[in-house]
Design a protein around this ligand. Structure first.
Ligand code: AMP
Ligand code: MG
Length: 331
């Protein structure tokens, strides 16, 4: 019994020394690499520099692999291959693609179709419109709209397959893949023993444990009026995503068109709006931020309140000036 107690004491002593040693010797390391059309930034606290670099390299490699698989811009991606088989039978897909699609289907359902990864034909049409500087014609718009609808995508859990019911459908994971990639990169860092990390993939940010001695990673929530008081978040074991038209938009005949499209009308959102969502993970925050952008403040905040662990803030330019909306958990 005495031996047992001494053993416990020894273990506790070791634990105490280790945690003290670690917190005093942790150093900050920052890395960045271009992936998924943006600069990915990884910040970690670690005791061992070479080990931190190995972990970051593995996390970047994971993101690079996901980009190869999930990009709708790459002819060689798994996603493009699946789209190419639309109108045919079920297609067996990788675990990564299956997990993203399962989350996407869930968000399509929860958002009443405001979030929809079958948006591809409309994305292509409006991307072209942005580049050409002119609106798509009615016939092309109608043709693209007819191909869009989450009900045309069937997932088979048992077979790990997906079936796209109509020919010429195209998947576009642009509203969810970055958040998923940030989650997966954070998991890679954790598996390498790094438990205080921040992964930034464009507007999608995932945090694990906080910097030593801090409540969380200090992150500014974007808004169209510039940073406001109270717009800083201390993020730990959580994710934050921002959707808005700050970068990708086009002005045609005096109307500002966003890169976010309302699947129900086929038209991009107009006007200025920025949505920041905090959620348990990046897949959810990314998809939810896009969904809330489309749904608008009232329905959008209702969905956020119904999502466990989620909070959101939206700023919107109206005729009466900039309006701000917050979900009930935002504070
Ligand atoms: P995000 O920046 O996360 O809001 O994602 C925007 C991107 O998602 C766009 O550039 C499109 O590729 C795609 N997208 C646009 N509208 C939608 C929508 N309603 N549902 C799902 N994805 C969309
Ligand atoms: Mg998104």
């Amino acid at each position: 019994m005495v031996v047992f107690r001494m053993l416990v004491a020894a273990v506790m002593l070791i634990a105490a020394t280790t945690s003290q040693d670690v917190s005093t010797t942790l150093e900050r390391f920052e890395y960045s690499q271009p992936h998924m059309g943006t600069l990915v930034r990884i910040t970690v606290y670690a005791a061992d520099g070479p080990a931190a670099t190995r972990a970051a390299d593995a996390a970047f490699a994971r993101i690079g692999g996901l980009d190869q698989a999930l990009s709708d811009y790459r002819d060689s991606s798994e996603l493009t291959r699946v789209s190419g088989q639309s109108g045919g039978g079920p297609v067996a897909i990788s675990d990564d693609l299956f997990r993203v699609l399962r989350a996407a289907v869930g968000m399509a359902r929860d958002s009443g179709g405001a979030f929809d990864v079958t948006i591809g034909p409309l994305s292509v049409l409006w991307r072209h419109a942005r580049r050409a500087g002119e609106l798509p014609d009615d016939a092309s718009l109608a043709a693209a709209r007819a191909l869009v609808g989450a009900g045309n995508l069937e997932l088979d859990e048992a077979r790990r397959s997906v079936r796209l019911l109509k020919p010429r459908m195209q998947l576009d994971l642009g509203a969810i893949a970055k958040g998923f990639a940030a989650d997966e990169a954070a998991a890679v860092l954790t598996s390498h023993g790094i438990d205080r990390a921040l992964v930034v993939v464009g507007g999608d940010i995932v945090a694990t444990g906080p910097p030593p001695g801090k409540p969380g990673w200090r992150v500014a929530a974007a808004s169209i009026g510039g940073a406001e008081p109270g717009s800083f978040l201390d993020l730990r074991q959580a994710a934050v995503s921002t959707s808005g038209d700050a970068e990708q938009f086009v002005v045609l005949s005096g109307v500002r068109y966003s890169h976010i499209i309302d699947p129900r009308t086929g038209m991009p959102l107009t006007g200025r709006r920025s949505v920041t969502v905090v959620a348990a993970n990046g897949t959810t925050s990314d998809a939810l931020a896009t969904a809330v952008s489309v749904m608008g403040a009232t329905a959008g905040m209702r969905l956020v309140d119904a999502t466990a662990g989620a909070a959101a803030r939206m700023t919107e330019e109206t005729a009466a000036g900039i309006r701000t909306y917050q979900s009930s958990r935002w504070r």
